[in-house]
Design a protein around this ligand. Structure first.
Ligand code: HEC
Length: 250
C-alpha cells in the first residue's frame, strides 16, 4: 500500500466518524455583532449578565473576566461593586490563620462556583461545567452554537439511550450532562424586557460574545481605518506612477 492510498483510507475513516456524529449544524441567527461592522448590543449584554449571574453562575465560572471590565458594558464603579457584592470570595487569612469569606469587589475576578475541579465534577455527576469566559471562541461558530445548544433540548428519539445525560440536538453525540438551564421567565429583567426563552438566550450569548471578545468593536473600527488608509494610498501611488512614467515616456 503506498502513501497515497494510506492517507486516503485514513481520511475517509475520519470523515465517516464525523458524519456518524448526528449533531446538527448550529442555526444561524442575525446577532447585532454578526455583520462585519456590527456592534455588541450593550443593553442586551447587560441583560445577559443578569441571566448568567442568576442561572449559570451556580455551575459555570467566568474566571478570565474582572468585575472592573464590566465598565465596557456601560456600568459605573458603584454599580459594579453592587454586582460583585452578590458573590462571596476567600479573604486573606485573618490573625488566627482562618480564611473567611468576604463580598467580592470591583478589582476581583468573577468568583468561581466551586472550590476546585474535583468538587465541580462531583457536584455534576462526573461532568465538569467548563469556564464560559472564552466559550464563544472555543467552539466553532460559537455564538450560534451556544444559542442553538440552549434551545436544542428535546425528547430523545425512541430507543436512544441518554444514560445519565440529556438529549440535545446540537451537542456532539447528542447527549449532554447539563440539564436544560433555561425555560423562559427564569429571570425578571430589570429593564422590563419580556424574559422569553429566546430573549434570555440571545442576551446571554451577546454577553458571552463580549466576554470572549471585549475589544471586538475597537478591532473592527481599527480595521476600517486601515482599509481606508490603504485605499487612499493606492490612489496616491497610482497617480504618482502615472506622473513618473508620463515624464519618462517623453
Ligand atoms: C446545574 C449546573 C449547570 C448549570 C446551572 C448550567 N450548566 Fe452549562 N454545563 C454544565 C455541565 C455539567 C456541563 C458539561 C456537559 C457535558 O460535558 O456533557 C455544561 C456545559 C455547558 C456548555 C458547553 C457545551 C459543550 O459544547 O461542551 C455550555 C456552552 C454551557 N454549559 C452553557 C451554560 C449556560 C449559558 C448556562 C446558563 C444559562 C448553563 N450552562 C447553566 C452544568 C450546568
Amino acid at each position: 500500500m503506498n502513501l497515497f492510498t494510506l492517507s486516503f483510507l485514513i481520511l475517509s475513516f475520519t470523515f465517516s466518524l464525523i458524519s456518524a456524529d448526528k449533531a446538527l449544524k448550529p442555526e444561524q441567527y442575525p446577532f447585532s455583532f454578526s455583520k462585519p461592522l456590527g456592534k455588541i448590543d450593550k443593553n442586551s449584554a447587560q441583560r445577559g449578565l443578569q441571566v448568567y449571574i442568576e442561572v449559570c453562575a451556580s455551575c459555570h465560572g467566568l474566571k478570565h473576566v474582572a468585575y472592573r471590565s464590566l465598565e465596557g458594558l456601560g456600568y459605573n464603579k458603584d454599580q459594579i461593586n453592587r454586582i460583585a457584592a452578590q458573590f462571596q470570595i476567600d479573604d486573606l487569612p485573618n490573625e488566627e490563620g482562618e480564611i473567611l469569606k468576604r463580598e467580592a469587589i470591583y478589582s476581583d475576578y468573577f468568583v468561581e462556583p466551586y472550590e476546585n475541579y474535583n468538587a465541580a465534577k462531583v457536584a455534576n455527576n462526573g461532568a465538569y461545567p467548563p469556564d464560559l469566559s472564552l466559550m464563544v471562541k472555543a467552539r466553532k461558530d460559537g455564538a450560534n452554537y451556544i444559542r442553538s445548544l440552549l434551545l436544542g433540548y428535546t425528547d430523545a428519539p425512541v430507543g436512544f439511550d441518554v444514560g445519565e445525560g440529556y438529549y440535545n440536538k446540537y451537542m456532539a453525540g447528542n447527549v449532554i450532562a447539563m440539564p436544560q438551564p433555561l425555560y423562559g421567565d427564569d429571570v425578571e429583567y430589570k429593564d422590563g424586557t419580556n424574559a422569553s426563552l429566546e430573549q434570555e438566550v440571545n442576551d446571554l450569548v451577546t454577553f458571552l460574545t463580549w466576554t470572549s471578545m471585549p475589544d471586538l468593536e475597537d478591532r473592527r473600527s481599527a480595521g476600517l481605518k486601515v482599509i481606508f488608509f490603504l485605499f487612499i494610498m493606492t490612489i496616491v501611488f497610482y497617480l504618482s506612477y502615472r506622473k513618473i512614467w508620463s515624464e519618462l515616456k517623453k
